[in-house]
Design a protein around this ligand. Structure first.
Ligand code: ZN
Length: 244
């Protein structure tokens, strides 16, 4: 049985946590040498750690967001000041590690054949997503931060030339942050093989030149407050999580 075969056997497993889920070959994350010169800082990557249950589907993703209060429908005032009929707060679902893990595995499953070495996300909202996707792919997880208005790698994070990178976010709205991370990877000589998000609330309008995956897509309307049809219909916008 090849490594690929065992991967497939695991991902179609029973969903139980037991030793046989890893094929009885010992620890799931056996260190191995990565491709010469491109595997990153320590030149060690890990065998792919496989999920022990089926990845979330689109419906399951949205159901989990709704169950955790991370997806609300109604009339909301967003941090940007815009009004919307949808409110998303991924932190409310990602605060549950089991959910974060399942969501990360769901996204990772769509990039399993892309030989991803490193997963990157913009801080803060993307950090847990990158971490969980990277865990499922056996890759590294980095995050970028804005410094002087520019998205950068800080804290000693580095990328090797030609390193295969996946850029992820919790929610893609316009794709602006993702594009900034893509640029940051390019500046460091890395290669972006795809972009992914748990939720796409752009309705699919945010375009990228590389493979792009969202676990779930939501058509969310946003309006300037002064021309919001929900306001004009007499309802009052609320800001979830706000005390006012
Ligand atoms: Zn409104």
């Amino acid at each position: 049985m090849t490594a690929r075969d065992s991967v497939d056997a695991r991902s179609s497993g029973t969903g139980r946590h037991d030793n046989t889920a890893y094929g009885g070959t010992g620890a799931p994350n056996r260190p191995r040498r990565g491709p010469p010169g491109v595997a990153g800082v320590d030149e060690v990557t890990y065998d792919r750690a496989m999920p022990t249950h089926a990845p979330f589907s689109e419906d399951e993703t949205l159901a989990r967001y709704e169950k955790r209060g991370a997806l609300l429908r109604g009339h909301f005032r967003l941090t940007s000041g815009l009004h919307s009929d949808v409110y998303l707060q991924s932190a409310l679902v990602l605060q549950h590690p089991e959910d974060a893990s399942r969501l990360g595995e769901g996204l990772a499953a769509r990039f399993r054949d892309d030989r991803v070495q490193t997963v990157l996300a913009p801080a803060i909202g993307g950090i847990l997503v990158a971490h969980e996707v990277a865990r499922a792919l056996g890759a590294r997880a980095l995050f970028t931060e804005r410094e002087g208005g520019v998205m950068r790698l800080r804290r000693g994070f580095t990328l090797g030339t030609g390193e295969r990178c996946l850029v992820v976010e919790d929610v893609i709205t316009t794709g602006g942050s993702t594009r900034e991370v893509v640029q940051c990877v390019a500046d460091h000589g890395g290669v972006v093989v795809g972009v992914g998000s748990l939720i796409d609330r752009s309705g699919g309008s945010a375009a990228f030149a590389v493979k792009r995956v969202a676990l779930a897509t939501i058509a969310a309307a946003t309006y300037p407050a002064e021309s919001c049809p929900l306001c004009q219909a007499g309802s009052v916008a609320v800001k979830p999580g706000s005390r006012s």
